[in-house]
Design a protein around this ligand. Structure first.
Ligand SMILES: Nc1ncnc2c1ncn2[C@@H]1O[C@H](COP(=O)(O)OP(=O)(O)OP(=O)(O)O)[C@@H](O)[C@H]1O
Ligand SMILES: [Mg+2]
Length: 363
């Protein structure tokens, strides 16, 4: 006689959850309170103000390390502006997704409700189409180009030059460029640099106390009461502060450890689970950085196990010395390695050390 099998879901307690509202941890969540960014909000508002009285605003460069609120604050201020004045509209473009001049110009055409024929157009025809739509339109347009440094350099030089010099009937595009690598500006064509007239706003990394303020809302709205101790919260703030003062890391760490604790049937976040999750967050961040390296950069990184001098590194690879030197600079900027100068005999030698734990890359 076969016994009646229990449904495998019957033992799972669907009612019990560590979360009050999981969506506050999602990347597209709009926080009700934006903390620790008063001066950036004030400056951005000030720079955009002329547009309300139909005057020209200078273009704006927003820069700062990852997870410091650049995208959040820009969207927040622009939404406030478009609520205030129905003559102003903005378009948000992420240049990782739309990474060519053609892609951005096509997006701008659709911003004006223009349609491009399926047969495909040459870029000059797209530009022509945009000019027609722009001249007929009544709106004052703001273009946000987020992650602008990820666009091909020639494309961004040309695009920014054209957009910043463009005006018809005293109407302009106002550009907001967002980047976490400000020196990219210096690589643009010098004509483009001088046409842009940028007002700059810097976003500094968050301090542990600021991260604590930012987390308050997510914890209050997102988790059941008292499931995260003050000690562990302090650990999360210190952890993300030491990884670039990145609010996203802090939010992700709490989310991952709440998920993992719940999976174990717990309604509190346990210390061991939080520590495991922090290793996971570290390795994900590391993978993201390493994935962006080109083949030669990866080859050089693979050669560094123990501390090694630049001289030994040159001997171990067929890549020309000059290129290796550039690669070392790039890896140092990404904080994957550190480079120290040591006096040796008469001259100086440079010693390279890894700045991450290679075991994080296993599995
Ligand atoms: N001041 C803040 N108050 C509340 N939440 C914040 C604040 N700053 C950042 N966050 C949250 O942290 C996360 C990262 O913010 P955001 O995406 O704006 O960073 P970013 O500077 O644009 O980073 P990246 O350079 O990686 O694009 C988002 O979930 C955002 O809601
Ligand atoms: Mg961003």
């Amino acid at each position: 006689m076969g016994s009646i099998k229990k449904n495998i879901f019957s033992d799972t307690d669907i009612e019990k959850s560590i979360f009050k509202d999981e969506s506050v941890f999602y990347p597209d969540y709009h926080p009700q309170n934006i903390l620790a960014r008063d001066s950036q909000i004030k400056n951005l508002t000030y720079y955009l103000k002329p547009i309300i009285s139909k005057k020209k605003a200078n273009n704006i460069l927003i820069s700062g390390p990852p997870g410091t609120g650049k995208t959040l604050i820009t969207n927040y201020v622009l939404n406030q502006l478009t609520d205030f004045s129905n003559k102003v509209k903005f378009i948000y473009i992420n240049c990782i997704q739309d990474n060519t001049r053609f892609a951005v110009l096509s997006k701008l055409v659709s911003f004006y409700n223009g349609v491009l024929p399926r047969r495909g157009l040459a870029i000059d025809e797209v530009w022509q189409r945009l000019t027609e739509l722009f001249s007929k339109s009544e709106i004052f347009p703001i273009i946000v180009l987020d992650e602008i440094d990820k666009m091909d350099l020639d494309d961004s030089s040309k695009l920014l030059y054209d957009l910043s010099r463009f005006y018809i009937n005293s109407k302009y595009f106002t550009l907001i460029l967002i980047t976490n690598h400000k020196p990219f500006i210096l690589k643009l064509d010098t004509r483009t640099q001088s046409s842009l007239f940028l007002n700059e706003i810097d976003f500094l990394k968050y301090k542990p106390t600021e991260i604590k303020q930012i987390l308050k809302e997510r914890i209050e709205f997102g988790l059941i009461d008292n499931c995260l101790s003050q000690d562990l919260l302090g650990y999360v703030c210190g952890y993300s502060a030491s990884r670039g003062g990145d609010a996203r890391i802090a939010i992700d760490l709490i989310y991952k450890s709440a998920k993992a604790s719940e999976k174990r049937g717990e309604l509190v976040i346990l210390k061991e689970v939080l520590l495991d999750s922090s290793k996971l967050v570290d390795s994900v961040k590391l993978f993201e950085k390493i994935e962006c390296l080109n083949q030669r950069e990866q080859e050089i990184l693979n050669l560094i196990e123990e501390p090694i001098t630049t001289k030994d590194l040159y001997l171990n690879t067929k890549i020309p010395q000059r290129t290796v030197r550039n690669i070392i600079d790039a890896l140092e900027k990404l904080e994957l390695i550190s480079v120290d100068s040591l006096s040796q005999g008469k001259g100086k030698t440079r010693v390279i050390k890894l700045r991450f734990d290679k075991s994080l890359l296993k599995n």
